[in-house]
Design a protein around this ligand. Structure first.
Ligand code: PMV
Length: 362
């Protein structure tokens, strides 16, 4: 797979104006992507659960403009103008311009809203960039009559990746692989693919409760974090570990081995944080309450035989993962023992979902 396949041919139609809406979810990595090279290519393959409730809905309105020398757009979050979002989108537009030649021909109004609170510590880049990429692909699809559904999703994922790496894993849930792995057919560095092998029923409707330990701004942006892997003393071993963990996950997903799943997932989360602790400069992204929660989860698992486990993003919040049939017990455990470690006792219940969807497209 190469980027060249996504360079647009001449369009068949001209359109003066229109608008498209897409809703796109966040995702949580089981094997983590951490380390990249230009242009947003991962140093190792990753796999994620697509989420169902944590979503961004974006409406992209477009109208033809007189001149086409610059990008022209405005951004709104929950109806409020957000000029501070513009630099990130401008960078995104610059990166994808070669693949969407209409970008300078229109003025865009981007209206976006999240189902999760903006200052919750939940990154909106995966859901936001994937929703925007899907809206842009709807425009390309309207301008051309040759775009198949498969191509649409692949190119949307490809474009989203250039906005935020993990955003390419928010299409076509429920498990998505991004990055070339020798045992996963079709896996590639350029866009995310639906995990192509059998997944045991144990993982159906797998639950993810996100414990909001720290709702503040990210201490370290993921761009800075990825860059710290350049010249990192353990980088080579870390990338190898991710390949191995993905290899091990294939039979685990097929056979539904939850104990083995827990070992891989928790080790991946701690390895990501270990990379941050051992980079130069070094960071500790966990908070004391993150550790309290991890220890409580381990204790609960030991005492009850539950299959609950945790994973982490590049921050202090904890994703509590568990099978659907444990929903009632684990909710009770979270309410009684974990919620007190969250800011305002706040957490968000989510579960594995199916990826981006068009909303009321005209
Ligand atoms: O998509 P980015 O560049 O924000 O990177 C996200 C990386 C992690 O969330 C920490 C791990 C992952 O694979 O999603």
């Amino acid at each position: 797979m190469t980027a060249e396949q996504f360079i647009s041919k001449d369009y068949s139609f001209t359109i003066e104006k229109g608008r498209f809406t897409w809703s796109s979810p966040s995702n949580i990595a089981l094997v983590k992507y951490w380390g990249k090279r230009d242009p947003q290519l991962p140093e190792n393959p990753s796999i994620s659960f697509t989420l169902d409730n944590c979503k961004t809905t974006t409406t992209l309105s477009f109208s033809k403009k007189e001149t086409s020398s610059n990008f022209s757009f405005e951004v709104f979050l929950d109806g409020e103008k957000k000029d501070d979002f513009k630099p990130k989108i401008e960078t995104f537009f610059k990166r994808i311009e070669g693949y969407l030649p209409f970008l300078k021909a229109y003025h865009f109004k981007i209206e976006t809203s999240n189902t999760f609170p903006h200052s919750s510590g939940i990154a909106s880049s995966a859901s936001g960039m994937s929703a925007l990429a899907a809206c842009l692909m709807s425009i390309e699809s309207a301008l051309s009559n040759t775009i198949s559904n498969d191509f649409f999703i692949q190119k949307a994922s490809f474009l989203a990746r250039l906005g935020s790496g993990s955003a390419c894993r928010s299409f076509e849930g429920d498990l998505v692989v991004w990055g070339t792995h020798k045992s996963i057919v079709g896996s590639n560095n350029v866009f995310g693919i639906k995990y192509p092998y059998e997944v045991h029923k144990n993982f159906k409707n797998y639950q993810d409760t996100i414990l909001l330990v720290d709702k503040g701004e990210k201490q370290v942006s993921s761009t800075v974090g990825h860059n710290l892997m350049h010249g990192h003393p353990f980088a080579k071993e870390r990338f190898k570990q991710a390949h191995n963990n993905l290899e091990k996950l294939i039979p685990v997903l097929k056979e539904g081995h939850l104990d083995a799943f827990i070992k891989i997932v928790e080790s991946e989360a701690l390895s990501l944080h270990a990379m941050m602790m051992t980079s130069m400069p070094y960071f500790i992204l966990m908070k004391p309450n993150t550790l309290e929660i991890i220890n409580k989860i381990w204790k609960y698992r030991k005492e009850t035989g539950s299959k609950v486990c945790f994973t982490l993003d590049a921050g202090a919040n904890v994703h509590v993962l568990y099978p659907e049939q444990e929903f009632n017990q684990v909710q009770e455990f979270i309410n009684n023992e974990l919620a007190k470690y969250c800011q305002n006792e706040q957490y968000i219940n989510d579960k594995i979902g199916f990826g981006s969807k068009p909303v009321n497209n005209e």
